[in-house]
Design a protein around this ligand. Structure first.
Ligand SMILES: [Zn+2]
Length: 468
């Protein structure tokens, strides 16, 4: 009896320790569950936290040959931060020919960080092929969560369409970095942005996870009542610690990191903390432009491209994309701000599938380009990164689209010319939305027509349709 208690105590102690540093693989060998996990409608609804987990579990059981699920950490309200690994070229994939399986098995693993049971870290430059996509850092940006789930859908349920890319690249997707904030936004306050851990110094709840990374963190906003509060110290938040664990350990294999936000309709590259451009800004610009062009070809929506500080006209410290690019020296890192001001943080459900699919076209194109660009970029040979601006300017702001709704006083300060320009830009975007909705309607009509009656694809769109 004594020994049983001891074992139990040991297990509990290990579990406590595990919450801090380990990534636990979710058990996957329950074949019976494959039959009973229903598939939530991931493409047409905003899923709640439980449904997102259900979808991930459905995927991992349905495609266990090449999909794995990891728990990266536990939040303040005891929710899990989870990552999906989609790795076609793995030795256990029974759909691969035997020669390819042997090839995949040959790749030896790097010495893992003690206790980390995350995705494999593999030796050699040719294994620098991981695409890392994260979403849902900001609670109210629901559409980013849906779009990242769409990426998972495309790479698993529609994997045959993407098989060439899957042979070259390994994907890690964290669809919901901040589940506590997301649930709070869904049920209590749709405009909530931060996480839900109370601050010790004040009664105000929440830290902006995208100001909490250790890259010039000290320059970020210090007032707890700010929507962009940087936190008590770098990585003070369970969500950012969860991300650090996987990002730091996978750093040797990371090729392209993509952070999804809304709403700015822009694809942006570092730096956020400095107005200077990174040494390889041309390559980053090429990558962003590839995404922009693919989306424009798909349905005419026009994204803007540029650096974070350039497009948002302010500098921000402690963001994940600067951390990955500046500290981990990942060859390529971008922020993609999904559409758009008129649709808000939570576009109507009719738009979820549309935005998900158009974004996927852009993301897929960027992934292919990242693979091509990998030979050119040598981060270890570049000059030192710039210093942040010395005055208070840094950290004062936020991504343009992420700021709190502008108040009336701020509007009054704006010049008439600026107001006019803003109005014109808004009108252009509204026209774009109308065009896209019209295209979508025509797509739907086409889909309902008998196959023989279908003519050439609509101008400016792809023939391959979305979510069936
Ligand atoms: Zn955001």
């Amino acid at each position: 009896m004594q020994s049983t208690n001891k074992i139990k105590r040991n297990k509990k102690a290990k579990a406590r320790a595990g919450q801090k540093v380990t990534i636990n693989a979710v058990p996957q060998n329950k074949a019976v569950r494959r039959l009973v996990i229903p598939r939530p409608d991931v493409l047409h609804t905003y899923l709640e936290y439980g449904q997102i987990n259900q979808y991930l579990e459905y995927i991992v059981h349905r495609y266990s040959n090449f999909v794995k699920l990891y728990t990266l950490g536990i939040t303040h309200e005891k929710r899990e931060v989870r990552a999906v690994e989609i790795n076609w070229m793995n030795p256990n994939n029974t759909e691969l020919p035997i020669t390819m399986r042997m090839q995949a098995a040959k790749q030896s693993e790097l010495q893992k960080l003690s206790g980390v049971k995350g995705p494999s870290v593999l030796m050699g430059e040719k294994n620098r092929n991981v695409i890392f996509i994260e979403a849902g850092t900001h609670a109210r940006e629901w559409i980013t969560v849906s779009t990242s789930l769409n990426c998972i859908y495309q790479l698993t349920e529609r994997y045959t369409r993407n098989i060439e890319m899957l042979r070259n690249l390994r994907f890690i997707i964290v669809p919901l970095v901040n589940p506590d904030g997301y649930e709070y936004s869904r049920t209590k306050n749709r405009n909530w942005r931060k996480n839900r851990r109370p601050n010790k110094a004040s009664k105000i709840v929440g830290t902006d996870c995208n100001r909490n990374y250790d890259i010039f963190w000290e320059c970020g906003p210090t007032r707890t009542n700010r929507n962009t509060y940087k936190g008590e110290r770098p990585f003070s938040e369970p969500e950012t610690r969860a991300m650090r664990t996987i990002l730091d350990s996978l750093a040797p294999n990371l090729l392209f990191f993509l952070s999804l936000h809304s709403y700015g309709q822009s694809i942006m590259y570092p730096w956020g903390y400095s107005r200077e451009s990174p040494y390889y800004w041309r390559e980053l610009h090429t990558l962003a432009t590839a995404g922009r062009t693919a989306i424009k070809t798909y349905n005419g929506r026009e994204y803007r491209t540029g650096s974070i500080s350039g497009l948002t006209k302010r500098t921000i410290a402690g963001s994940v994309v600067d951390y990955v690019y500046g500290v981990l020296k990942t060859p390529m890192a971008l922020v993609m701000e999904l559409p758009s001001r008129e649709l808000g943080f939570q576009p109507p459900v009719e738009m979820i599938s549309q935005i998900g699919h158009e974004s996927w076209f852009g993301i897929r194109e960027m992934c292919k380009n990242a693979f091509d660009l990998r030979q050119i970029i040598r981060r270890d040979e570049e000059p030192n990164a710039p210093k942040p601006p010395s005055h208070k300017e840094l950290g004062a702001g936020d991504n343009q689209s992420d700021v709190l709704p502008t108040n009336a006083n701020e509007d009054k300060k704006k010049s008439p010319i600026r107001k006019k320009l803003k109005k014109r830009a808004k009108r252009t975007l509204l026209t774009q939305h109308a065009d896209i909705l019209e295209l979508q309607k025509r797509h739907m009509q086409n889909a309902l027509m008998p196959r023989r009656a279908m003519t050439a694809p609509l101008a400016g769109t792809r023939s391959g349709r979305g979510d069936v």
